[in-house]
Design a protein around this ligand. Sequence first.
Ligand code: SF4
Length: 202
Amino acid sequence: MDNLAQEVISCTKCKLCKSRTHAVPGEGNVHTDIIFVGEAPGENEDKKGIPFCGASGNFLEKMLESINMKRGEVYITNIVKCRPPGNRDPEEEEIESCKEYLERQIDFIKPKVICTLGRYSLHYFYPEFIISKVHGKIYNYKDTIKLIPLYHPAVGLYRDSMKKVLLDDFKIIKEVISQNSTTQQEKKIPSSSKQEEFDLSS
Ligand code: SF4
């Protein structure tokens, strides 16, 4: 993973390399079961080279704490590793150029759960999904990974109603992790009223 970070830091595969201050490969526990995938670095992240280190990052940490988890227990990265100027949306060719790094991170960490943060991150995995319809539900990704679409933490910063939605959706992460450990004990998984599984990976 250190080699991958170095590759990202010196990457010139798309035009975002010209405007970035720092590339932001990702950060966290590479032995984790959970990866959070955002869209792209923002201004603070670009300055520091660390993902989710501004107000959104603080809220992400609070949401993790609400399910008794710490930031250091998970891995956090983005679809696109360099900041699009003015925080514009990442372009298709930038996402395409950068996808190799995310794929390698997923292959290396082998997470049980991927939580997408925001619309672009969700559309990377499932382009047809509409976030308002699928957030907080559980989907199968490939054979072994559960994918949980979440809103971007930024939407919860200034709207209490969205903050509550995000906090509610985070509870499902805990549920999935405990289901996984139950599976490992070869017990039947109790179905959740909020769980809605579709295998769309084929
Ligand atoms: S966004 Fe990705 S592909 Fe583009 S320069 Fe940065 S690391 Fe390379």
